[in-house]
Design a protein around this ligand. Structure first.
Ligand SMILES: CC(=O)N[C@H]1[C@@H](OP(=O)(O)OP(=O)(O)OC[C@H]2O[C@@H](n3ccc(=O)[nH]c3=O)[C@H](O)[C@@H]2O)O[C@H](CO)[C@@H](O)[C@@H]1O
Ligand SMILES: C=C(OP(=O)(O)O)C(=O)O
Length: 416
């Protein structure tokens, strides 16, 4: 199992190119199932999760042609409507094939995703919405089996805001008969990116970017070209890294209009930001200021940035408080950070961080994707050597993070 070895205390200097967003690429690749036309995608990140979804899609008969960050999909010859347990168990986002397969072929059999380290993560809202559109759904032997000759438009109000739930129902609605209204829809930029691709494929969607999506179903969709939106979580991770270590970096291929809350919090931490349209220069000297926040749905503070900001807070010149409201178990990094000398205590869904003036490297264990990224940041700020085990979590969602960070001065190597 690969590990990362980091020798901390190095300032960061130089340019980093941000990759395409994992959370946009995954639903967008599944949208390839909605048409027999060619979907030509660029800026697709080179991630383990992308390889997993492509493997799953190829298994359905979807033709995949890949040239680095360019991927072309063709769904003219789909032969299987099943997402097997072996693939779904490694990546929950596999549930995103359910809506497209059911809408286009009238049937889908998808392994029920289990919970994961950060929470139980049920998919009841995906199922509820598809049932409202007329699908007959049974759950047996660990599989969701959905059938419906033709989905029918419906007014669907999800109990809570769900990102992949909105994406699944949105994709299903594009080929349903009549009008679907998705109330309480997720407004994350990755949902908007998917909606923009669907419109390019011929879908009729109003309210893109709002919490009320109105979709007029069409008979069929056609091929399209699309560039996947830049990854705001990866970008914020690098900005947290420079806030923790100090230095001067420029992020390229980024989108600066989609993460205002995070940028404001980084400024509050003392990071000097020069924001262009697709670049961000970030400079930091001295200890960060503490920032308190609670995670909420977009446009609030993203849960996927919580751990990385905590890695900066642990070194801040004062106390802070972080409340996680989206997932019930997303503080797995706390104990690992405390092993490096951080002083964090938790009470329910709130973490209280004291702020220390030094961390000391130690062996730590990555428990989930963003926890892994936060330990990389903490390790880069710690004195001495930190060894991070189980970094397969990191590879799910970051494109060669250690290569990008060592190119700007970090001392970080992958040990096979
Ligand atoms: C591939 C992808 O895009 N993953 C993102 C997506 O995950 P994902 O789409 O799985 O997260 P959701 O937005 O669905 O989850 C939000 C909350 O709703 C609950 N819930 C959700 C659906 C449902 O049917 N029933 C239910 O109870 C979840 O357990 C969670 O507590 O959004 C999360 C919240 O921004 C991010 O952390 C993930 O990185
Ligand atoms: C939780 C995440 O992803 P996923 O929904 O794929 O588990 C994430 O990207 O931080």
């Amino acid at each position: 199992m690969d590990k990362l070895q980091i020798v901390g205390g190095k300032r960061l200097n130089g340019d980093i190119a941000v990759s395409g967003a994992k959370n946009a690429a995954l639903p967008i690749l599944c949208a390839g199932l909605l048409t027999g036309g060619d979907i030509e995608l660029s800026n697709v990140p080179r991630l383990h999760d992308v390889r997993t979804i492509l493997k799953l899609l190829e298994q359905t008969g979807l033709k995949v042609t890949q040239d680095d960050e360019r991927v072309t999909l063709n769904g003219a010859n789909i032969t299987s409507l099943e997402a097997p347990y072996e693939l779904v168990k490694t990546m929950r986002a596999s549930i995103l094939v359910l809506g497209p397969l059911l809408a286009r072929f009238g049937e889908a059999k998808v392994s029920l995703p289990g919970g994961c380290a950060i929470g139980s993560r049920p998919v009841d809202q995906h199922i509820k919405g598809l049932r409202q559109m007329g699908a007959e759904i049974t759950i047996e032997g660990g599989y969701i089996h959905a059938k419906c000759a033709k989905l029918k438009g419906a007014r669907i109000h999800t109990d809570m805001i769900t990102v992949t739930g909105t994406e699944n129902l949105l994709m299903a609605a594009t080929l349903a008969e009549g009008e679907t209204v998705l109330e309480n829809a997720a407004r994350e930029p990755e949902v908007t990116d998917l909606a923009n691709l669907l419109v390019a494929m011929g879908a009729k969607i109003e309210g893109i970017g709002t919490d009320r999506l109105v979709i007029q179903g069409v008979e069929s969709l056609h091929g399209a070209k699309h560039a996947v939106i830049s990854d705001r979580i990866e970008a914020a991770t690098f900005l947290c890294a420079v806030a923790a270590t100090g230095g001067d970096i420029v992020l390229k291929n980024t989108r600066t209009d989609i993460f205002d809350v995070a940028l404001d919090k980084l400024r509050e931490m003392g990071l000097q930001l020069d924001v262009g349209t697709d670049t961000i220069r970030a400079r930091m000297d001295g200890r960060p200021n503490p920032v308190s926040f609670r995670t909420t749905e977009y446009p609030g503070f993203p849960t996927d940035m919580q751990a990385q900001f905590m890695a900066v807070n642990i070194l801040a010149n004062g106390p802070s408080r972080v409340t996680e409201t989206i997932f019930e178990n997303r503080f797995m990094h706390v104990q690992e950070m405390n092993r490096l000398g951080a002083q964090i205590s938790t009470e329910g869904n709130t973490a209280f961080i004291k702020g220390v003036d030094r961390l000391v490297g130690a062996p730590v264990m990555a428990t989930d994707l963003r926890a892994s990224a936060s330990l990389v940041i903490a390790g880069m700020a710690a004195e001495g050597t930190t060894l991070i085990d189980r970094i397969y979590h990191l590879d799910r969602g970051y494109d060669r993070m250690e290569v990008k960070l060592s190119a700007v001065g970090a001392d970080i190597v992958r040990i096979k």
